[in-house]
Write a protein that binds this ligand. Structure first.
Ligand code: FES
Length: 163
């Protein structure tokens, strides 16, 4: 069965909208992938195959772009991304204790996504805020000078927001 016939209609509409925003051209591949990634929080494989056909780019090249940038994920990620910085300054100031608290209270280890796709926990190298280490990011928000207790408070807020 052709890939396209397996797609859900609503997915096709999302992708076509994104494609219309940027134009069906190879030079727009990065921006299109960013938008797809933002919509799903990852890049569904079907979307890559579909995009390759639409912009007439070999699927291997689309995969190359999708795997080159750390912002992209080929596996499902949660609606809320939690990044703990494990760069040198954050490591020295206790990043591991933040990770342990997240594991204890959310049952997530780095690289894992909750079964309900609410949260993903990842580590990241220095985010350039060493003076305020240790750093934890929630989506685009940066939390400075974190402690395990502050992590617990943050988790409560995030869980409440998720409903
Ligand atoms: S090491 Fe974490 S912000 Fe620099």
């Amino acid at each position: 069965m052709a890939v396209e016939t397996q797609l859900l209609e609503r997915d096709r509409q999302v992708w076509e909208g994104i494609l219309a925003d940027h134009g069906a051209k190879t030079s727009a591949v990065l921006q299109i992938l960013l938008d797809i990634n933002q919509h799903y929080h990852y890049l569904p494989q079907e979307s890559l195959e579909w995009l390759a056909g639409q912009i007439r780019m070999p699927i291997s090249q689309v995969f190359s772009v999708a795997t080159f940038f750390k912002v992209f994920s080929l596996t499902p990620r949660g609606r809320t991304l939690i990044h703990v910085c494990t760069g040198t300054a954050c490591h020295v100031k206790g990043a591991q204790r933040l990770i342990e608290r997240l594991d204890k209270e959310m049952h997530l280890k780095p690289g894992e996504t909750a079964a309900d796709l609410a949260f993903t926990l990842e580590t990241v190298n220095c985010v350039g805020a060493c003076a305020s280490a240790p750093i934890l990011r929630v989506n685009e928000d940066t939390h400075s000078e974190m402690t395990p207790n502050k992590v617990s408070e943050l988790i409560q807020e995030l869980v409440k927001k998720e409903g």
